[in-house]
Design a protein around this ligand. Structure first.
Ligand SMILES: Cc1cc2nc3c(=O)[nH]c(=O)nc-3n(C[C@H](O)[C@H](O)[C@H](O)COP(=O)(O)OP(=O)(O)OC[C@H]3O[C@@H](n4cnc5c(N)ncnc54)[C@H](O)[C@@H]3O)c2cc1C
Length: 391
């Protein structure tokens, strides 16, 4: 399929989306859904859209109207999942879905090109400004709205974030593994590097994604060591690995303080770069989909107006809640005590857990997540003393 069906001299678009990662992929789908005739330019420096990820989300993270355009990205889905801690196991009947980079690249490319538009791969953008994008090769393209979603700058979070870091292996098992639903957290493991758990997705009868994950103070990651831990876990679970099909690695900031969204200079700064992610999970999908849904439904010339400010304000409030949770998890709780805090969280009512993942929290939720109902829960001591957590 040609990636640019427009005439080669076409330099003017309704939307120029800079960065072909998760955020702009969602924005492109939302625009095409709401404004089928809008012209879209999507520019990515890599050879493919979407990098190398498996993106998971709860179906309750997104409004039904979002599912209308998000659904084609969903590669796997399950009606619920399990969490395992030292003294309890719980199944949560919360619908859970996974998207793959490969499917995202295919769906988004087709969707952009089924209307007026272009997808430029292997194309680095050197500069963005209101209404224009300058490519590294010197070309200048014009748009009514420029959206800059060039991804995370982890160094921006130094000193004000904990880290969710993981190594995941997609493995083929020799015989059917027998797992029918994900294990969102298996923390029945020796704790190390903060809170540590395995995350397991059954992708088909013989295929699993298994990730060793840490909620740690530092961003350093020993990929070989975590890879070995994943393989040892699979073996211990009785899943004989025939082949490792793919590896994915993540180091995601979980900040307790963040800079403001930057919808300035006439450019909409979106995605991780603009702070449009969930600070307390390090995940993006719920928040990125919310921004995409809104952006897709307004004409490009109105995108930087009052509606965006309202959205920024409501996201800003939710971010403060999430920052409070991260502060408790990383700043107040000593690393070995994080597992107790997480176990307490997963004993909460399903509705609170769902609102937490959706970043749609209420003030009372924060108290119930961070403090817990007395007399159990977290007791706050002066920082010099250990924090006591009673699950
Ligand atoms: C392995 C892994 C698994 C994850 N799992 C989940 C999950 O399950 N659920 C979830 O919600 N989140 C998950 N996340 C987090 C999520 O992937 C990120 O938060 C999300 O991708 C951020 O979206 P973004 O569009 O802002 O940035 P990105 O997706 O990083 O996209 C930015 C894009 O911009 C491109 N780019 C950068 N500079 C330029 C330039 N100068 N010119 C052109 N292009 C440029 C990059 O190549 C990249 O493709 C995961 C992250 C990782 C690493």
């Amino acid at each position: 399929m040609p990636l640019d069906p427009q005439p080669a001299d076409s330099l003017h678009y309704d939307y120029a989306l800079v960065g072909g990662g998760l955020q702009n992929a969602l924005i492109a789908l939302a625009i095409r859904h709401h404004q089928p005739q809008a012209s879209i330019l999507l520019v990515e420096q890599q050879a493919t859209l979407g990098g190398n990820h498996t993106w998971c989300f709860h179906f309750s993270d997104v409004a039904p109207a979002v599912m209308a355009w998000l659904r084609p990205l969903v590669a796997h889905q399950w009606p619920g999942y399990e969490v395992r801690f030292a003294d309890f196991t719980r199944r949560l009947p919360l619908g859970y879905g996974a998207m793959t980079s490969a499917q995202l690249a295919e769906v988004v490319t087709k969707t952009v090109l089924c209307g007026p538009g272009a997808v430029l791969l292997n194309t680095e953008v050197s500069q963005v400004a209101a209404h224009q994008v300058v490519l590294a090769d010197g070309r200048t393209l014009h748009a009514r709205l420029v959206v800059d979603a060039r991804g995370a700058q982890p160094e921006a979070y130094a000193g004000r974030a904990g880290w969710q870091k993981f190594v995941g292996l997609e493995v083929q098992t020799v015989v059917a593994h027998g797992l029918v639903e994900p294990i969102l957290m298996d923390a029945q493991l020796p704790q190390m590097d903060g809170f540590r758990f395995m995350y397991v997705l059954p992708l088909d009868a013989h295929r699993l994604l298994v990730e060793d994950t840490r909620f740690a103070d530092g961003a350093d990651l020993d990929v070989a060591a975590l890879r070995a831990e994943v393989l040892a876990y699979a073996q211990h679970a009785g899943w004989q690995v025939a082949a490792v099909l793919r590896q994915e690695v993540g180091v995601l900031p979980m900040p307790w303080k963040t800079s403001e969204n930057q919808s300035n200079h006439g450019v909409l700064v979106a995605g991780m770069q603009g702070g449009w992610f969930h600070p307390a999970t390090g995940y993006s999908l719920a928040v990125a989909a919310r921004l995409a849904q809104w952006l897709g439904s307004v004409p490009p010339d109105q995108a930087l107006g009052e509606g965006l400010r309202d959205l920024e304000q409501s996201h800003g409030r939710q971010r403060h809640f999430a920052h409070a949770i991260n502060w408790a998890l990383f700043h107040l709780a000593a690393p070995p005590q994080r597992v107790g805090m997480m176990a307490r969280f997963f004993r909460r009512p399903e509705a609170i857990i769902a609102r937490f993942f959706a970043l749609d929290l209420q003030l009372l939720d924060i108290a119930r997540i961070v403090l817990g109902p007395p007399p159990r829960g977290m007791r706050w001591w002066p920082r010099s003393l250990a924090l006591e957590v009673t699950p």
